[in-house]
Design a protein around this ligand. Structure first.
Ligand code: SF4
Ligand code: SF4
Length: 359
């Protein structure tokens, strides 16, 4: 979710002024470029969760065994140190961050921009004005089966309807594609904002949630149809749908910039990004926003917000491509930044993601 990997634009592009000739394009460029200062890291706040989902990447690998740090002053010190090394945006995740509200308050006091990934069962205090991403994996029947949680959507909506912090994140698995209609209807009728994620398998996962080409194709169609149906409530764009449902994963398409896939320690995310565990340690060799996810199957919304956004160069060789990229960035800012309002999408055309080397 950082767009400052190389500075926003770098060396002069001969056609850039032509790309900005249309007033709505230049206005959107001016709107998004104000946020190029964002520089993220992520933090596991708790190693516990109040539900247990199939295919949860947190409970893969050894990060789940890190000791929890309940000392609020230790977290305050970490946030201050993070600020000092240039971090401007925090993603608080877990397992389940809502179980440690006092730590969330401390983080917010020190670092004003950020987001929290939660299952939405327990409401996070309103004084913590971060974006709150509430994970939805299907209707209530599916939640009982896959997440062992009863009446989850009802509870999530009760907690977060009309809350300007809240964005509901519907994760498309291979099994829940059609259920999104009823979930979207419920959320829209309660005035909630919704965005989309694509299930990305943890390393070694071969279960029924993992996508195949046909389920990716159907997911894309569904995303675009719903986006057209509920443009006021759904924070997404056609290019988001294309990028996240492509047969090739995000790393293959765009080249992931997180340290785990990026040996460079000199620039951008490779230099600045850290993924702290609950014991406040981090390990560069495994650091990314969705650790223990299978890179070949990675289509995660959090990953895309960094890797697609960082590829401005590739999208600047024609207007349709540039508009698609602007829609993507506008979407990601609306999903991740408090008080950022999404604009109308500029491009309804499905483009093929430009390959590396396109200038
Ligand atoms: S709610 Fe999140 S952290 Fe908890 S088990 Fe499910 S996916 Fe994992
Ligand atoms: S899982 Fe995704 S975000 Fe993480 S390193 Fe792999 S491709 Fe990058």
């Amino acid at each position: 979710m950082a767009m400052n990997h190389k500075g926003p634009f770098g060396p002069a592009q001969p056609k850039f002024s032509e790309l900005l000739a249309q007033p709505e394009v230049s206005a959107r460029w001016e709107k998004v470029r104000k946020y190029f200062f964002l520089r993220e890291s992520t933090y596991d706040m708790s190693n516990r969760c109040n539900i247990r989902c199939d295919g949860c990447y947190y409970f893969e690998g050894d990060k789940q065994f890190a000791r929890e740090t309940g000392d609020a002053e230790a977290w305050r010190g970490l946030m201050q140190a993070e600020k000092a090394r240039g971090i401007t945006y925090v993603v608080l995740a877990g397992a389940e961050p809502s179980l440690v509200p006092e730590l969330l308050k401390v983080c917010y006091q020190e670092m004003p921009l950020g987001s929290i990934a939660t299952n939405g069962f327990k409401k996070i205090p309103e004084s913590v004005r971060y974006k709150i991403h509430i994970s939805v994996w299907g209707n209530d029947e599916t939640s009982v089966r896959v997440r062992k949680a009863k009446h989850l959507l009802k509870k999530q909506v009760e907690n977060y309807k009309r809350d300007p912090r809240a964005v509901f994140v519907y994760t498309f698995t291979r099994e829940n594609i059609d259920e999104v209609n009823e979930v979207a209807e419920v959320l829209v009728s309660d005035g909630c904002k919704l965005t989309f994620n694509v299930f990305s398998s943890p390393v070694g996962y071969t279960g029924p949630l993992r996508h195949e080409n046909e389920s990716l194709r159907r997911t894309k169609q569904k995303m675009i149809r719903l986006l057209n149906q509920y443009p006021q409530n759904i924070l997404f764009s056609v290019y988001n749908a294309v990028a996240h449902t492509h047969q090739r994963g995000l790393h293959d398409l765009y080249g992931c910039s997180y340290p785990r896939q990026n040996p460079s320690q000199d620039i951008g995310l490779g230099r600045s990004f850290r993924q702290y565990r609950t014991d406040l340690n981090w390990d560069r060799s495994v650091a990314c926003c969705v650790p223990d996810t299978d890179c070949d199957d990675c289509r995660h919304y959090a990953a895309g917000s960094a890797v697609v956004t960082a590829r401005l160069y590739r999208h600047a060789n024609n207007l349709v491509s540039f508009k698609s990229w602007l829609d993507y960035v506008d979407t990601y800012l609306a999903v991740w930044v408090m008080d950022y309002e999404k604009g109308e999408n500029l491009c309804a055309e499905e483009i093929e993601p430009p390959p590396a080397g396109v200038k």
